[in-house]
Design a protein around this ligand. Structure first.
Ligand code: KG4
Ligand code: ZN
Length: 331
């Protein structure tokens, strides 16, 4: 049962084929980074048009890699939200049309559920119950996962998402778009201890986050500094440490509160090496299992959507044929 997965919620066109028995058969990703770079951020209209241009070639590449043709597809999953409405509509319309033409089911997947399930694509996948730390450009959430499809929000950011804070901080210090990964890269050259920023909301009970004040602290430190290349690296390091430490403290608190022995981390910031190292140390110290997707499946991709869709379709979930997307959508 090969399920085609389509991800077009933002600025990456992701396509994959997943089979419940044989696993991941093929996946392709096309990043629009170069297209948006000169504008310093994603331009929604350009994103939609580029998804239209790249989607079908990527589907054909995946089919070729898997040695399959279109009639071999037994279901289609596409990201139905949250995301940019025009970009979502490209994937939804293409996915629905293809499913209709082939006479197979189609399902609209929640983008964050896709992220949450991405670690299950790896060998020795974690089994619920577990706590999930979802850290992307649009979301920062701690979730209690009692079963696949059974999610309870434990805490979330009250303002900026962790990835958004990385991106905005990078932009403030003049780093090129996309700033988050670039800021993480230069942080490696930073001197430890030269700057220190607060760990927001860790001094009070609860599992919510707030990252916008941290951004302001960085801005003030940057404006007050010599703005040299080394200072930029030093501030980046201190900023990253503050975000990573905050995420780790709240994750440990969520594990303690829920009694879960497994932490699953997903979303773009899950690719951050410092976060991975910090949570590996937590695992060593507490014996809790920590599971990440491979870095390429932390950021947006089609594989997570194909996988989430395969679970839904094999559970017999179908949808009416109308094309609907949800630019904003609680999970
Ligand atoms: O999950 P994702 O690809 O898209 C959303 O659903 O938002 O996450 C993108 C976010 C961006 O904010 C990006 O800056 C951040 O993930 N990101 C990183 C790293 N790689 C991507 N943040 C910190 N360190 C990284 N290595
Ligand atoms: Zn995402």
């Amino acid at each position: 049962m090969a399920i085609l997965g389509i991800e077009t919620s933002c600025d990456e066109t992701g396509v994959a084929l997943y089979d419940a028995r044989r696993g991941l058969l093929a996946h392709r990703l096309y990043s629009q980074v170069a297209l948006h770079a000169e504008y310093g951020g994603v331009v929604p209209e350009l994103a939609s048009r580029d998804h239209v241009r790249k989607l079908w070639p990527l589907v054909d590449e995946c089919l070729a890699e898997a040695g399959m043709s279109r009639p071999d597809i037994s279901g289609v999953a596409y990201t139905a939200g949250p995301g940019l409405v025009g970009a979502l509509l490209v994937g939804a319309a293409a996915g629905r049309a293809m499913a209709w033409a082939l006479g197979v089911p189609a399902v609209g997947v929640h983008h964050m559920e896709g992220h949450l399930l991405a670690p299950l694509l790896e060998a020795d996948p974690p089994e619920p119950p577990f706590v999930a730390l979802l850290v992307s450009g649009g979301h920062t959430q701690l979730m209690q996962v009692d079963a696949i499809g059974c999610y309870r929000l434990l805490g979330q950011t009250l303002d900026d998402a962790a990835g958004e804070a990385f991106d905005k901080t990078a932009k403030m210090m003049g780093l090129p778009y996309p700033g988050g990964p670039e800021l993480a890269r230069i942080a490696e050259r930073g001197v430890a201890g030269r700057f220190r920023f607060s760990r927001p909301m860790t001094d009070r009970p609860g599992l919510d986050f707030s990252f916008s004040g941290l951004k302001t602290q960085v801005l003030l430190a940057w404006q007050d500094s010599d703005q040299s290349g080394q200072t930029r690296c030093d501030i980046a390091r201190a900023f990253q440490e503050a975000v990573v430490e905050t995420l780790a403290i709240k994750s440990e608190r969520a594990l303690r509160d829920s009694g879960a022995r497994t932490l699953v981390v997903a979303g773009g910031v899950g690719a951050n090496l410092d976060l991975r190292a910090r949570l590996a140390a937590l695992s060593e110290r507490t014996g809790v299992r920590v599971c990440f997707p491979r870095p390429a499946f932390c950021t947006d991709n089609g594989a997570m959507i194909a996988f989430a869709g395969a679970l839904r379709i094999s559970a017999g979930q179908h949808e009416p044929e109308a094309i609907g997307v949800h630019p904003r959508w609680d999970m």
